[in-house]
Write a new protein. Structure first.
Length: 107
């Protein structure tokens, strides 16, 4: 299975973008007891929805004892509050990010 290995609070996870998720599901995080754990994110998500799903699933990956209501709320609030001009303009002014964006746009 492809994807990139990421660290989440001292554990390794494979981050996989895939179409292969149930219709009503944007992301999934494996149980912490699983040996080869993965975080799956629906491949066609973009922008705020992608950020919210990424934050949601990585919250689960970082701590499996926090409740679903909290994870849903904090990820939604974080994504919504970040996706504004004041945060995005600062985020996008980072030379490393600009380089990555240029690389993506040149493809
Ligand atoms: Zn969840």
């Amino acid at each position: 299975m492809s994807g990139r290995i990421i660290d989440m609070a001292w554990k390794k996870w494979r981050l996989i973008f895939t179409k292969d998720l149930p219709r009503d599901c944007d992301g999934l995080c494996d149980s912490h007891s699983q040996k080869r754990k993965s975080i799956k994110i629906k491949t066609d998500l973009t922008g705020q929805a992608l950020l919210e799903t990424f934050l949601h699933e990585t919250h689960h990956a970082g701590n499996d004892s926090i409740c679903e209501d909290y994870v849903e709320r904090i990820a939604r609030d974080q994504a919504a509050s970040f996706c504004h001009k004041d945060c995005l303009s600062r985020f996008l002014s980072c030379p490393r990010i600009v380089e990555l964006i240029n690389e993506i746009l040149e493809k």
